[in-house]
Design a protein around this ligand. Structure first.
Ligand code: PLP
Length: 400
């Protein structure tokens, strides 16, 4: 009898964590390394949110909470969906999880049977296919194109839907590309989904608050209210309020699905941390100036990185609408020889040679299902970003 579960053989370790670890190892050996692999804001959690957590501890809010979350937070979530997205959810239709990650996991665990297909546009956030596989489903990938700024077209979506499709996973702004769909672009996809009433929509709106210029965020049910009965709208406080370590994510959707997810969570974690839930109440209900301030900082960083990368030989970097990632192509360097003498054959070769030669850690595109590209997280200071981009330019110029 094998000791480890068969399910483990279906999952891969996270490439983004592996890159961060490699960068840490090199730093520990004394190398000067700039890590652009991690997907978290470099800001501190706002003071009013920290204070709400401290107050909760002092009030003794330190016991188990209802599995789906404290009513105060679930009401704040329902109010957020109304205020910011125009969506009507009763607070009983919401659920709080230990990060957005657990919400996604619960949804897949509660609904996937062997043979069920989950459509995932590529490039994708690394965890979607692994979660689907762990829960016994089959990820079905559909590639987007860089010339379409990595946005899925109606024809591409239509081409992968089968009678076995259970979910379509939608993520805008996207990790890893930063691409965000306007309401019109999204409407082209929701029109396709209307024609396939057996397909459910899981929309991961985690980067909602990080969009730039006059871009206006849109979510599927806002664009097509007829999808209300088969959409799970997921979001969280991790990226918007610099609260990655607090581990609070949430979702709203049809009651039957929320109850099924509550059942899974009840046997798994019993619910999210009481203290972090009180902090999230303040994040959602309190002053929102933190969000606008950080958005402006991220926008300036995006502009810097896109402009400097497009000056590097062989690199082409689209300008994304949101998140804190760019996803440039390194196709122009494939076939060239790196300063070490190694021929760059893949995007994985490109990132490992870049790390060796210049100490800049980025993640190869093939880890996200589409290459030859690489992902840069620009959630770090302009000073470091400028230095990292200079090193990338130098590396690209040195490849012959
Ligand atoms: C697209 C996307 N969804 C969900 C998550 C998970 O967020 P959380 O930290 O709240 O679990 C992340 C985190 O990197 C993400 O990039």
């Amino acid at each position: 009898m094998a000791f480890l579960a068969d399910a483990l053989s279906r999952v891969k370790p996270s490439a983004t964590i592996a890159v961060s670890q490699k960068a840490r190892d090199l730093k520990a050996k004394g190398r000067d390394v700039i890590g652009l692999g991690a997907g978290e804001p470099d800001f501190d959690t706002p003071d009013n949110v920290k204070k709400a957590a401290i107050d909760a501890i002092n009030r003794g809010e330190t016991k188990y909470t209802p599995v789906s979350g404290i009513p105060e937070l679930r009401k704040a979530i329902a109010a957020k969906f109304k205020r910011e997205n125009g969506l009507d959810y009763d607070w009983q239709q919401t659920i709080v999880g230990t990060g957005g990650k657990q919400i996604l996991f619960n949804a897949f665990m509660a609904t996937l049977n062997p043979g069920d297909e989950v459509v995932i546009p590529a490039p994708y956030w690394v965890s979607y296919p692994e979660m689907v596989a762990l829960c016994g489903g089959t990820p079905v990938f559909v590639s987007t194109k860089q010339e379409n700024n990595f946005k899925l077209t109606a024809e591409e979506l239509e081409s992968v839907i089968t009678p076995k499709t259970k979910w379509f996973v939608f993520n805008s702004p996207s990790n890893p590309t930063g691409a965000a769909y306007s309401a019109d672009e999204l409407k082209a996809l929701t029109d396709v989904l209307l024609r396939h009433p057996h397909v459910w929509i899981l929309t991961d709106d985690m980067y909602e608050h990080l969009t730039f210029g006059d871009f206006k965020f849109a979510t599927p049910v806002e664009v097509e209210p007829k999808l209300y009965d088969r959409t799970l709208t997921m979001n969280g406080v991790s990226k918007a309020y610099a609260m990655t370590g607090w581990r609070i994510g949430y979702a709203a959707g049809p009651l039957q699905l929320i109850k099924a997810m509550d059942m899974i969570q009840g046997q798994q974690t019993s619910g999210a941390s009481s203290i972090a839930q009180w902090a999230a109440v303040e994040a959602l209900n309190g002053p929102q100036d933190f969000v606008a301030k950080n958005k402006a900082i991220f926008e300036a960083r995006r502009d810097l990185v896109v402009s400097m990368l497009n000056q590097a030989t062989g690199i082409k970097c689209p300008k994304p609408e949101g998140a804190f990632y760019v996803y440039p192509s390194c196709a122009g360097l494939i076939g060239k020889t790196a300063p070490s003498g190694k021929v760059i054959e893949t995007d994985e070769d490109f990132v490992s040679e870049l790390l060796e030669a210049e100490g800049v850690a980025v993640v190869h595109g093939s880890a996200f299902g589409l290459g030859p590209n690489f992902r840069i997280s620009y959630a770090t200071s302009e000073e470091l970003l400028e230095e990292a981009c200079k090193r990338i330019q130098r590396f690209c110029a040195a490849c012959k």
